[in-house]
Design a protein around this ligand. Structure first.
Ligand SMILES: [Fe+2]
Length: 369
């Protein structure tokens, strides 16, 4: 992978500035979002209010250390892995063609869900499940997820203002949506795998509205928390193509100390007709075998009934061509979960009418009588 190690000027947004009565400070924060989301698809965020994640990571590591037989009851393929444990080699980051990612995960929803949608989207709007034997896991998990969610909503309000839209344009349609907070453990690689340059997560874009990343940590081959063993591992992102770099540039997304990362997902790209960019990103593994990495991501979603098409100010022939036909956010999620190997293909059969057998039964009765 050819990549530059230096991050060009990825902006940092100070969340305090966003709501500051000082007009110059709030304008600075909005401009940082406009440039960050527009050029890189991502910003660094400081004064984000997200607590230290070490304790939560310790608890997740303890769960991961259990033998697979003990984790298997939390393997909820029937819920499309949207809750509980995702075993290794399940998800494919790259639609349809990728290798499964070398990771295991935990999924839960830290925010209240719209109860009316449970019957319509039973796998996406389902109740949380939690690992037995750690009474504080759920509390810590929800606390961190909630803080990330609040930071996400603040950024979405700033993003709307940066585009001169009503400040609730993106945040309000998130109410009651199936936001998920996910913990990930990238698995240790063997010597042979590191020599093959195997990736921890293949290059992809996130399909939700906005993703918040609190930052990960490495574990050495003995399981101890340690600094990265080499410079090879990390989050890399691809910048917007330009005349000089028609394929964009792969650059390191290393956040300044104390900052979290906020990343644009496909849904925000669609609503803004591509003004904000869902950024392709890839997780590279270290060149040193035996190391693992814990990380976490909170995915802010649109409510399942929201329509996905460019908003009026961004609607023109080009954007209609690029982002048609419009679909509901819930339908979009189902399609994507099938694409990345988490939902079965049969989930797509439920889209559209499926009661043709009723007429067939009536006609059978008629011909029998
Ligand atoms: Fe991602």
């Amino acid at each position: 992978m050819s990549a530059t190690q230096t991050s060009p000027a990825i902006p940092t947004v100070d969340l305090h500035d966003l709501t500051s009565p000082d007009a110059a400070a709030s304008a600075r924060a909005r401009e940082a979002i406009r440039v960050g989301f527009g050029t890189y698809g991502l910003v660094f965020v400081k004064n984000h209010g997200v607590p230290d994640v070490s304790d939560l990571y310790d608890r997740f590591q303890s769960f991961c250390d259990k033998p697979n037989e003990e984790k298997e009851p939390y393997n909820r393929g029937d819920l499309w892995y949207q809750r509980g444990w995702t075993p290794p080699n399940t998800e494919k980051a790259v639609v349809a063609s990728g290798q499964p990612d070398f990771k295991e995960c935990w999924f839960a929803a830290p925010e209240p869900l719209d109860a009316a949608l449970v019957a319509q989207y039973p796998e996406i709007y389902c109740s949380n499940i939690w690992p037995e034997g750690d009474a504080q896991f759920a509390e810590r998990y929800n606390q961190t997820g909630h803080a990330l969610h609040l930071a996400g909503l603040a950024l979405l309000r700033g993003a709307a203002e940066a585009l001169e839209l009503d400040r609730e344009t993106f945040a309000l349609p998130c109410t009651g949506a199936a936001h998920v907070f996910r913990m990930l453990r990238y698995l240790p690689l063997t010597e042979a795998q590191t020599q093959q340059n195997i990736l921890w997560g293949e290059e992809h874009t996130d399909f939700n509205l906005l993703t918040l990343l609190p930052g990960g940590r490495f574990h050495d081959p003995s399981g101890k928390v340690a600094k990265a063993p080499d410079d090879a591992s990390g989050l890399y992102l691809r910048t917007r193509p330009t005349a000089e770099h028609p394929d964009g540039q792969l650059i390191r997304g290393l956040a300044p100390t104390g900052c979290i990362v906020a990343q644009v997902g496909q849904m925000l790209e669609i609503l803004t007709g591509g003004t904000f960019l869902a950024t392709p990103h890839v997780i590279t593994a270290p060149n040193t075998p035996g190391w693992s990495r814990l990380s976490a991501a909170h995915f802010v979603h649109l409510h399942a009934h929201e329509r996905l098409l460019p908003l009026k100010p961004f609607l023109n022939d080009d954007t209609i061509r690029s982002y048609s036909p419009p679909v509901l956010a819930g339908t979009y999620s189902i399609k994507t979960l099938v694409d990345i190997g988490l939902a079965p293909k049969s989930a797509l059969d439920k889209l559209g009418y499926r009661h043709y057998d009723r007429l067939a039964t009536i006609r059978e009765h008629e011909s029998a009588s």
